[in-house]
Design a protein around this ligand. Structure first.
Ligand code: SF4
Length: 242
């Protein structure tokens, strides 16, 4: 798939209107699905951005599948919402890592906690679902850690990552979800703007959309690692050997 690097992401974020962005996102998914077919899979975090991407993907083709990485620390509201989503979309596969981990690892070493509970199951999903192209809800206006991405990337050799709503603003995500009657996690009604595991998600009034993630740690406003670490297993083995 053609990797685009020449376009100015910031200009596109500001200059494309809502309808143009939706059209562009649908086109990106359609082109990728034509190329990868069933090896294209949506990573659905159950957050608002993933839900928009999941809805867009289903508009492109109802057969597109997806996976959810769930952790033992999901809030009850998210677990309930996940069950409802699984009833609506039984084709969603759930991956989790249930191995024992040190008590309160999320406080002592959140990077390691995310590595075990989020990145490991993501790698397994990509491996077991035979994914050549994974589709995410990453957006470049979400916060300081998300400005340096492209709509189509190949950070892992042999694994394309499609970020079809990279250019959308937070308001445009909510616009899409409202206009398309997409159900969302009820925690958003309490004031959360970015959702993850219970111990690592807070309600804030900060401008940064992800400011409520990992508050009080060095990871505050940061990343769990699925967008920054190697996901394809072969790639990691190569790295260890070299
Ligand atoms: S978000 Fe927090 S609880 Fe969840 S895996 Fe990461 S560090 Fe652990």
């Amino acid at each position: 798939m053609l990797i685009q690097k020449s376009e100015n992401t910031k200009e596109l974020v500001d200059n494309l209107n809502y309808a143009q962005k939706v059209e562009r996102s649908l086109q990106l998914i359609e082109d990728a699905y034509r190329e990868y077919g069933d090896n294209l899979v949506v990573a659905n975090s159950l957050g608002k951005d993933s839900l928009a991407v999941w809805d867009l993907a289903k508009k492109v083709n109802k057969n597109i599948s997806g996976f959810i990485v769930a952790t033992r620390f999901f809030p009850q509201e998210t677990l309930d919402f996940m069950e409802q989503e699984l009833e609506r979309f039984p084709e969603l596969e759930v991956y989790r890592n249930e191995e024992p981990i040190p008590d309160q690892l999320y406080k002592k070493d959140p990077d390691h906690c995310c590595e075990l509970l989020k990145i490991k199951p993501t790698r397994r999903a990509v491996e077991e679902m035979d994914v050549d192209c994974w589709v995410t809800g990453l957006r470049c206006t979400e916060g300081r850690t998300r400005t340096d991405y492209q709509e189509i990337e190949e950070r892992d050799k042999g694994l394309v990552k499609l970020n079809p709503i990279l250019l959308w603003k937070e308001r445009e995500v909510w616009q899409y979800l409202a206009l398309n009657n997409v159900k969302v996690n009820p925690l958003y009604a309490q004031g959360y703007r970015s959702l993850g595991c219970a111990p690592c998600s807070s309600i804030t009034t900060a401008d940064n959309e992800r400011a409520g993630r990992w508050q009080g740690t060095s990871k505050c406003g940061g990343e769990c690692g699925i967008h920054t670490r190697a996901i394809k297993i072969e790639k990691r083995l190569e790295e260890m050997v070299n």
